[in-house]
Write a protein that binds this ligand. Structure first.
Ligand code: BGC
Length: 809
């Protein structure tokens, strides 16, 4: 190369270098850092980090106090923060508002994000569903070589049936670890609404008809999840007990029913766990959307209960964003630019005070400060799914409820080897419900697989028949013309085995197992005829299988793979043993096989009643509301009498009562002792629980109180304590002690807004279920006790003709 060439090459290289630098410079300038640097260079007094020598440093979250940060925020920035940043937290560009944010979606599949305000060191937080496992996308950018699966834990109804908060806390720990390791800040769970009616499509997410169980379970899972340094959103606050007209239904409910049932679950959860956030609900309470009710969100939640976290709307909840801010509903989710503008304009027109908006901002920033995103946690995207699967498996076995066991059909005797597994759900086992409560898990262990894994020989011929049926059904669905532009998806209808197949299997197999599957979820309630009741085909199939197997001296077992209560009345007599497996998460088949084989002795108990028939349900006449074709309002006419509070007070015999569940062993509960027969602030009650059977097992001991109904009506009894024993070997005993406090005796007196325990005699009932009371004792309350006076709020606008024992129903 001659000198001229050398000069030319150097010139070209310099040109490329300059271009490269310019390009970088331009990119840099486009980025937020560039803008910031320019600001530092050209705008006097702007400096990004505290401690720089500049005269007017911009306060930074974490370095400065929250008050200093708020004082430095523009109105636009405040409005941006109180409105979610949508699913993809892109920069906000509105007329007059430009707030740079992060442009990439941090966690695909997350339900939402809060806005970032980089100028003040405020990062975006990621919010993700849901109650039975973290709901995120399993695949990113179409690359299936790396999968982002989350563990499918058992659903809420099953967790509640464990009656074991310590175990549920372990589930929460594992669950929360996935939240953290997948880069999520706040888990949108647990859902703790009360099982008012069995048709509610989301009951599977929720825990119980009883607020004590719901509150304790919620506290356990929240404590477990939050022990990882991530947040939860206890939801849906409050009285959100149906999916029909879910975004607009007006719930008309008495103050007493609210206080004693629909708020009490939240109160217990908040007292005992302190969730970082609360999600208000979609429904109205007595005429006003919950998110817009200051009396609910500020007076009750913050003033009476001393709640310190922030409150967010459900996704698109409520209508009036100004009212939401003023109510103390701090964050509007998922958020839209229109809402930011609306908040700005409301402040400019004095509909929201700056003080109020600052308070909303403060509540959010308090939580941002402890979030993994703020703390720059380097998440791995690799939680220990294997270890968590074991937690899911254990919890699943602990929450299954043995409902029926004629002549010791279960556990399977040594002679049982070849099993005829009928029912779609034996093969397509249902891990959990649908909607935002669904989880993208790596697999579901079917009942068939669980049995095979446990050393049984589930009939392979039947498996082939079912598999072919599923394939055909799928092909048919794909071939069918789309309805309203959509392909019809969803599980195929129940396959009906032919008479010949049933007869053949009753010859070839040692026992029949029928898995009855039901699914439901967000957006729709269950249909009475086809989801709560078994279909005519299903009932006929059960009858035929039972006839054929029984005629050969062989037994029939049913496994209920369901998320909520179903009808049992019309078919259960055909069956020898019934295991309520609920929707047990991804390890379903393993857990079911553990119980059927006797490897694990069932110890779950019902946290929700199975009535004899749907018409017995106290809310049946008032669900899902009126007018029937498109309900606008629902009246909680049953008042405080839901679940066992109703069946026990109105002498209605349930099919399986609250607290019920069988074991492979027997227990005695004896020797009740009260610390005193006079109540002075507290009484303790102790009993002795003994395993008097032949295999090891756990017993759930339940304490109910019957209070005198002097000044107002009272339920016949109410659950006030429960305790699950350790695994007791045959002959082994364990003392169990309960503390009964003033708060356990009081009822809400609407006229004075007071919680009062009348003087008189109280009966303590300790037993194995609400209707299997083994020990009783009484104590006296010498004079009326008032534990607290609440605000007169949330009143119904119309009179409710509530049910009262001894009068109407
Ligand atoms: C549900 C919430 C859920 C939210 C975000 C809403 O439709 O009601 O439970 O957390 O969506 O997915």
């Amino acid at each position: 190369m001659n000198n001229i060439d050398k000069v030319k090459k150097a010139a070209i290289n310099y040109y490329i270098y300059c271009n490269y630098r310019l390009c970088h410079f331009m990119n840099f300038m486009k980025s937020y850092a560039g803008v910031l640097l320019l600001a530092i260079i050209f705008i006097p007094g702007v400096s990004p980090v505290k401690g720089q020598s500049n005269a007017n440093p911009v306060p930074q979250l974490g370095h400065n106090t929250i008050q200093e940060v708020i004082a430095a925020m523009t109105l636009e920035e405040k409005a941006t923060l109180v409105v979610g940043a949508g699913r993809a937290p892109a920069p906000r560009n509105l007329p007059g508002v430009t707030i740079p944010g992060q442009t990439e979606i941090k966690v695909p599949g997350a339900a939402g994000n809060t806005a970032a305000i980089p100028r003040l060191g405020i990062p975006s937080m990621v919010l993700s569903d849901g109650p039975a496992g973290l709901r995120i996308s399993p695949i990113r950018n179409g690359d299936s070589t790396i999968m982002y699966y989350a563990t499918g834990f058992p659903v809420g109804t099953l967790l509640a049936s464990t009656w074991d908060p310590a175990l549920v806390e372990q589930v929460g720990k594992a669950f929360g670890n996935e939240v953290k390791e997948y880069g999520v800040d706040i888990l949108l769970a647990p859902g703790i609404n009360i099982h008012r009616n069995p048709l509610n499509g989301r009951n599977f997410e929720y825990y119980s008809e009883d607020p004590l169980i719901a509150g304790k379970m919620a506290a356990a899972i929240i404590n477990g999840v939050q022990s990882n340094g991530v947040g939860t959103a206890v939801k849906h606050f409050a009285a959100n007990n149906q999916e029909t007209s879910r975004n607009s239904i007006n719930t008309i409910v008495s103050e007493r029913a609210l206080r004693e049932l629909y708020l009490r679950n939240f109160r217990i959860a908040i007292n005992e766990s302190n969730p970082w956030t609360v999600m208000s609900s979609y429904n109205k309470i007595n005429g006003t959307y919950t998110a817009e009710r200051k009396d609910l969100i500020t007076t009750v939640l913050r003033d009476e209960w001393n709640y310190k976290g922030f409150v967010m709307t459900d996704w698109g909840g409520g209508r009036d964003w100004t009212a939401e801010m003023n109510a103390g509903n701090d964050l509007i989710m998922p958020g839209s630019p229109r809402q930011v503008q609306a908040i700005i304009s409301a402040v400019k027109h004095d509909s929201i005070s700056v003080k109020q908006l600052d308070m909303n901002v403060e509540h959010i920033l308090n939580v941002v400060l402890k979030s993994p995103s703020f703390l720059k946690y380097r998440y791995s995207n690799k939680p220990d799914l294997k270890a968590h699967a074991e937690v899911a498996h254990k919890a699943a076995t602990e929450g299954m409820v043995l409902l029926k066991n004629e002549a010791n059909t279960l556990p399977f005797s040594k002679n049982i080897k070849v099993i005829a597994a009928f029912g779609n759900a034996s093969y397509n086992t249902i891990a959990g419900g649908t909607g935002s409560g669904d989880v993208n898990k790596a697999y579901i262990i079917s009942v068939y697989k669980g049995l095979a894994n446990a050393g049984y020989a589930p009939d392979a011929g039947l498996e082939t028949i079912y598999t072919q049926y599923f394939q055909q059904a799928k092909a048919q669905a794909l071939a069918a013309a789309p309805v309203n532009g959509r392909r019809q998806q969803g599980p195929p209808p129940e396959m009906m085995a032919t008479d010949d197949q049933i007869t053949q299997k009753s010859k070839d197999c040692d026992i029949a197992l029928i898995t009855i599957g039901r699914n439901a979820g967000e957006g729709a309630d269950r249909k009475l005829e086809t989801n709560y009741n078994l279909t005519a085909d299903e009932k006929q199939q059960i009858r035929k299988i039972a006839e054929s197997f029984h005629s050969k001296g062989k037994k029939v077992v049913a496994v209920l793979n369901i998320g909520g209560v179903i009808d049992m009345n019309e078919w259960k007599d055909n069956i020898d043993a019934i295991l309520l497996a609920w929707q047990p998460g991804q390890e379903a088949g393993y857990a079911i096989a553990d119980i059927l084989s006797g490897k694990v002795n069932p110890s779950g108990k019902l946290a929700t009643t199975f009535p004899v028939q749907y018409t017995d349900v106290p809310s049946a006449k008032n669900f899902p509301g009126t007018p029937a074709d498109k309900p606008a309002q629902v009246i909680y006419q049953e008042g405080i009498y839901i679940g066992y509070r109703y069946y026990d007070s109105f002498n209605i015999k349930p099919m399986y009562e609250f607290g019920y569940g069988l074991s492979y062993t027997d227990f005695s509960i004896t020797d009740i002792k009260l610390s005193s027969d006079k109540f002075k602030g507290m009484v303790t009650a102790t009993v002795n629980v003994k395993n008097i059977g032949h295999v090891a097992g756990k017993q759930v001991v339940q304490l109910y109180i019957s209070a005198p109904a002097k000044t107002i009506d009272k339920p016949a009894q109410e659950l006030k304590g429960f305790s699950k024993t350790r695994l007791l070997q045959p002959g082994e005993s364990q003392p169990v002690t309960f503390s009964i406090r003033e708060a356990d005796l009081v009822s809400y007196h609407t006229d004075k807004s007071e919680w009062i325990a009348d003087e008189g005699q109280y009966m303590v009932k300790i037993g194995a279920s609400s209707r299997d009371i083994k020990q009783t004792a009484t104590f006296k309350v010498g004079s009326k006790i008032v534990t607290e006076t609440d605000h007169k709020v949330l009143q119904p606008l119309i009179a409710i003709d509530e049910y009262k024992p001894g009068t109407n129903k």
